[in-house]
Design a protein around this ligand. Structure first.
Ligand code: HEC
Ligand code: HEC
Length: 169
C-alpha cells in the first residue's frame, strides 16, 4: 500500500471510531440494550407489556417486588424463589446499574429521597411527553401512559428512539 493510502485508511478508521463514541455518549450507548430472563418474561408480561429494567432504579424494583400482593390494585404475588430470581434480574439491569444515556437520564431525574413505582411518574418521562395530552393517553387504542408499547413498538426491547414513535388513533 502506498504511504498516502495507509494514511487515508488510518484517518477513516479514526473518524468512524469517534462517530461511534459520539453516538455512545456516556460510555455504554444512548439506548438501553435489550435484556431478558425467562421468569421475568412469563410473570411480568402476563398482565401488561414488559418494562425494561433500565427504566427504574434498583430501589424502585426492590420496593415493587416486596409488595407484589398489592401491585397497582392487583395481586401479582409469586413464590419466593421466582420472586427472588426476578428481583435479582431487575436489580442487575436497573437504571442505576446500566451504562447507557437513557437510563442515567431517568435515574438523574429521580430525587435520591424518592422511590417511584411508576416510570410514567418520573420527571424524565413527564418532560419527554409534555406534548402528549392526557386525552391522547386515554384513547382506547392506548389505555394509559403506562402502555408504552402502544406508541413505542420497540419498548419491550428498550428501544424508545424518536424515529420509532407512532401514536395510534
Ligand atoms: C395480575 C396482573 C399483573 C402482574 C402479574 C404484574 N403487573 Fe405490573 N401492573 C399491573 C397493573 C394493573 C398496573 C397498572 C397499569 C396502568 O396504570 O395502566 C401495573 C403497573 C406496573 C408498572 C408501572 C408502569 C408505569 O410506569 O405506570 C410496573 C413498572 C410494573 N407493573 C411492573 C411489573 C413487574 C416487574 C411484574 C412482575 C413481577 C408485574 N408488573 C406483574 C398488573 C400486573
Ligand atoms: C401516546 C403515545 C405514547 C405512550 C403511551 C408513551 N410514549 Fe414515550 N413518547 C411519545 C412521544 C410522542 C414522544 C416524543 C417523541 C419526539 O420527541 O419526537 C415520546 C418520547 C419518549 C422518550 C424519549 C425519546 C427520545 O429519544 O428523546 C422516551 C424514553 C419514552 N418516550 C419512553 C416511554 C415510556 C417508558 C413509556 C411507558 C411508560 C412511554 N414512553 C409511553 C409517545 C408515547
Amino acid at each position: 500500500m502506498k504511504k498516502w493510502m495507509q494514511f487515508l485508511v488510518l484517518i477513516t478508521s479514526i473518524t468512524s471510531a469517534s462517530v461511534l463514541l459520539a453516538s455512545g455518549g456516556e460510555g455504554g450507548g444512548s439506548q438501553m440494550p435489550p435484556v431478558t430472563n425467562a421468569k421475568w418474561k412469563a410473570e411480568c408480561g402476563s398482565c401488561h407489556m414488559l418494562y425494561h429494567p433500565g427504566l427504574l432504579p434498583e430501589r424502585s424494583w426492590n420496593k415493587m417486588m416486596a409488595g407484589l400482593d398489592k401491585h397497582f390494585g392487583e395481586n401479582a404475588s409469586l413464590d419466593a424463589a421466582t420472586r427472588d430470581e426476578i428481583t435479582r434480574f431487575l436489580a442487575l439491569n436497573s437504571a442505576d446499574k446500566q451504562d447507557n444515556r437513557r437510563s442515567s437520564r431517568i435515574n438523574q431525574s429521580i430525587p435520591a429521597s424518592a422511590t417511584p413505582l411508576r416510570i410514567s411518574e418520573t420527571r424524565y418521562f413527564i418532560s419527554k411527553h409534555d406534548e402528549v395530552s392526557a386525552s391522547t393517553f386515554k384513547r382506547k387504542s392506548i389505555g394509559s401512559a403506562a402502555n408504552c408499547v402502544a406508541c413505542h413498538k420497540g419498548a419491550e426491547k428498550g428501544d424508545f428512539s424518536e424515529s420509532q414513535v407512532k401514536i395510534p388513533r
